[in-house]
Design a protein around this ligand. Structure first.
Ligand SMILES: CC(C)(COP(=O)(O)OP(=O)(O)OC[C@H]1O[C@@H](n2cnc3c(N)ncnc32)[C@H](O)[C@@H]1OP(=O)(O)O)[C@@H](O)C(=O)NCCC(=O)NCCS
Length: 174
C-alpha cells in the first residue's frame, strides 16, 4: 500500500535513532527542520517514545525499495476528517539519494495514500521560495502554487519568503 516505484514508506523504529541524529547534523536537513540542535540521547528518547501513527499525525521513514536503506522522512500532519486537509513535509537525510527521483516517488506514494485511504480532499505544504529543487518536485507531482508568505524565515543572514502549495484529490500526476 505504501510502496512506490523507488521507495517504500514504513513506521520509524527506535533503531533508526542514530541514522536520524546523523541526518539532523546535515545543514540541508536542519535548515528545513527549523529547530535547536538535538543530542543523540534526545533523538533516541524521542524515537523510543514516539506515539503510534494516527490519522492526524503520520510520520514515516522513506526506504530505498532496491536496498532497504533508510534515506529520509516524510509526514502528513494535521489531518482532520472535518476539513479533509493535511500538511505534507519531507526531507531526504541521506545526501547520496538526493536527485535520484526518490523524493518525487515518496511524495506521490504518500499523497496517493492520503487521497485513497484517508479520503483527504487536499494536501498543502510550505516550501522556501529559494528551494528551487523542492518546488520543481512538488509541481511535477501536481502541486499548484497558491500564495506567498513574505520573509517567513531567516537563513544565512537573509529573510526568505515561503511559497504555499496545494494538491487536490484528482490532481495527483502518475
Ligand atoms: C527536496 C527533496 C525532497 C527532493 O527529493 P529528490 O529525490 O532529491 O528529488 P528528485 O530526484 O525526485 O527530483 C529532483 C528534480 O528537481 C530538479 N531540480 C533539482 N535542483 C533544481 C533546481 N535548483 N532548480 C530546478 N529544478 C531542480 C531535478 O532536475 C529533478 O527534476 P526532473 O526529475 O524533472 O529531472 C530532497 O532533495 C531533499 O530532501 N532536500 C533537502 C530537504 C528539503 O529541501 N526538503 C523539502 C523542504 S520543503
Amino acid at each position: 500500500m505504501l510502496t512506490g516505484k523507488l521507495t517504500r514508506l514504513r513506521a520509524l523504529e527506535p533503531s533508526d535513532a542514530e541514522t536520524l541524529a546523523r541526518w539532523f547534523d546535515d545543514p540541508v536537513v536542519s535548515r528545513v527542520m527549523v529547530g535547536y540542535p538535538v543530542s543523540l540521547a534526545q533523538v533516541v528518547k524521542r524515537c523510543r517514545e514516539r506515539p503510534r501513527n494516527t490519522y492526524g499525525s503520520l510520520v514515516l521513514c522513506i526506504e530505498s525499495l532496491a536496498s532497504g536503506r533508510a534515506l529520509g522522512v516524510i509526514a502528513l500532519t494535521g489531518a482532520e476528517p472535518e476539513s479533509g486537509w493535511a500538511e505534507l513535509s519531507i526531507y531526504l537525510g541521506d545526501a547520496e539519494f538526493r536527485g535520484g527521483g526518490y523524493g518525487t516517488d515518496a511524495v506521490r506514494v504518500l499523497c496517493r495514500y492520503g487521497f485513497d485511504q484517508m479520503r483527504l480532499h487536499g494536501v498543502h505544504l510550505l516550501v522556501a521560495a529559494s528551494n528551487a529543487g523542492a518546488r520543481h518536485v512538488y509541481s511535477k507531482v501536481g502541486f499548484v502554487e497558491e500564495g506567498r508568505q513574505r520573509q517567513r524565515f531567516h537563513q544565512d543572514g537573509e529573510w526568505h519568503d515561503s511559497i504555499m502549495m496545494s494538491l487536490l484529490a484528482g490532481e495527483l500526476g502518475s
